[in-house]
Design a protein around this ligand. Structure first.
Ligand SMILES: [Zn+2]
Length: 112
């Protein structure tokens, strides 16, 4: 995607922070799907879980579709020599449960 200076209209090198012609600051590009991972802990939500909430927690954390997380987990559990199952248990052990102090029926979404 080409970028253009808002001050002089010249094309700007990808990744540059300043226009090479007029020196105006360039707004940083917005990477829609590559947004930084939200700074919140990975938890296993108490709602929407199938087994231990690992897939649901990962889906919540990274904005994935929980259906696909489960499909990939099941496929890797069956076809990758049990790797998916092992990974699931590891996540189950290392990932804390969602705090209980939340109103029921709501997943963990801290106000920013
Ligand atoms: Zn410029």
């Amino acid at each position: 995607m080409a970028m253009y200076c808002k001050s002089c209209g010249n094309s700007i090198t990808e990744g540059a922070r300043f226009c090479s012609v007029c020196g105006a600051e360039v707004a940083p590009p917005v990477y829609g799907t590559y947004a930084p991972v939200p700074a919140r802990p990975l938890v296993r939500p108490r709602t929407g879980r199938m087994i231990a909430g690992v897939c649901q927690g990962l889906a919540n954390q990274y904005g994935w579709d929980v259906t696909w997380v489960r499909v990939i987990a099941v496929i890797s559990a069956i076809f990758a020599g049990g790797l998916g199952a092992i990974a699931y248990v590891v996540f189950w052990v290392v990932t804390p449960e969602e705090p209980l102090a939340l109103p029921p029926g709501q997943s963990y979404t801290p106000s920013s």
